[in-house]
Design a protein around this ligand. Sequence first.
Ligand code: NAD
Length: 499
Amino acid sequence: MTKTYTRDYWESALSALTLEGRNFIGGDYRSAVSGETFTRIRPMDGKPGGTLARGTVADIDLAVASARAAFESGVWRKKDPLEKKKIMLKWAELIRAHGEELAMLETLDVGKPVLASLNVDVRLCADGIQFYGEMIDKMYDEIAPTGPSARALVRKVPLGVIGAITPWNYPMIIDAWKLGPSIAAGNSVVLKPAEQSSLSAIRLASLAVEAGLPAGVFNVVTGYGEEAGKPLALHMDVDMIAFTGSTEVGKLIMGYAAQSNVKRVALELGGKSPLVVFEDADLDAAASAAAWGCFYNSGETCHASTRLLVQRSVQDKLIEKIKAVTASDIALAHPFEPSAQIGALIEEAHMTKVLGMIAAGEKEGARRAFGAEQVLSETGGYYISPGVFVDMTNDMSLARQEIFGPVLAAIPFDTEEEALKLANDTIYGLAGAVFTKDMDRAHRFSEEIHAGTVWINIYDMSNFATPFGGFKQSGFGRDRSVHAIDKYCDYKTIWQQFG
Ligand code: NAD
């Protein structure tokens, strides 16, 4: 039977919840070495949330030493594959069993509707850990062709200590995208979650140990990017940084790797994805995809469809339909309300930044069709209504910058050639979509849009079997799918000569 959730249910669950904000190192909770903490402000109402350890270089050193010791001891990497699989699957089950608690932690930190946290974020986090757990006892090595007098084994071996640095928009999902393949491959991990969203990461680590993951294999250090993320990326004993975040910080991470030990980096960065609608498209389907593609998670999605390229003849009709879908389907409300489809933005400073970008866009001549205003300010939280700007050109700031708020820029075009040029006229290459009934054109577009994922007549459909990541300044390296394991391993040749 499906459980019915009410706002009162979540309010009383919250009052019973203890928020654990210490680092998790070597299987134990640890306060920051400095003893310092910081307080997270809840985006849903502006009240104080969790108190977190303010990790710095000393905490990173401890966590890396713990991860290194676990790796060198072989307590995890040398374990029987079947046993490792069982532990990962148990971990996934524990995540599901603690779903309501994890959903609450995520919502407290990031302000998204708690039912979205539960039904999307927790579910996909558990599925991610399970997906890679299931791979553990199905990975084979290779034997290279040699003459009969030799045997050359090509072994896929773990790298060692992985530093994972993650953002705040889908914390648990993105953590699982890093943790699943890196731990399944036999590595140890130090995770530095975004300072805005650490609670779920700490809980994931304690559940991992409860499932049987040996202490030190998965460590969490909370804190600010400059204070905790930077020393992790500069650390001489970290073999790789798996980073998801802004392009700006991604560039710094590459620099840190070069300045330290030439560690590997994988970067999942920003986006400004085009959704292209031709006049022959199913406009109802396109409107729904454009609205959900841009406004879900309050627009705080790296692959959000923030640029709507629409054939001029249907622009007005499509915008009316987007307005109607937004009004009827995408309810903005307090995250504990069961009706909420979208909630608050991550923090006050971010809301102010988004409102500033909107104001600057209007000064440049962007015409507001609807929305994109601060709402629910009486709650003390940080809410902006979904909104659309029309008759835009691709050189306007709202069409070029990653806003990370619920703001859609509609840009009209006349010809297919022009649409493709506009679609690719961005520094990013994360995702894109084309809506048309002409399948030849759909396939031409899917080949030519320079992006890691291109959807045809739909937006944001995926599963764990499909790789995710970008081209151009959206980064490199892929999360999800069996291929994600590759970046946490390397090949080792073992040559044996006979006779
Ligand atoms: P951000 O780059 O500000 O922060 C990401 C992480 O980096 C955080 O943990 C932060 O503390 C850390 N950090 C900040 N400065 C650092 C430094 N100097 N050294 C080391 N670490 C540092 O990004 P954000 O605001 O948390 O997230 C939003 C961004 O993430 C957007 O640009 C979005 O597109 C991107 N994103 C990309 C993907 C993807 O898969 N491509 C997914 C989600 C989010």
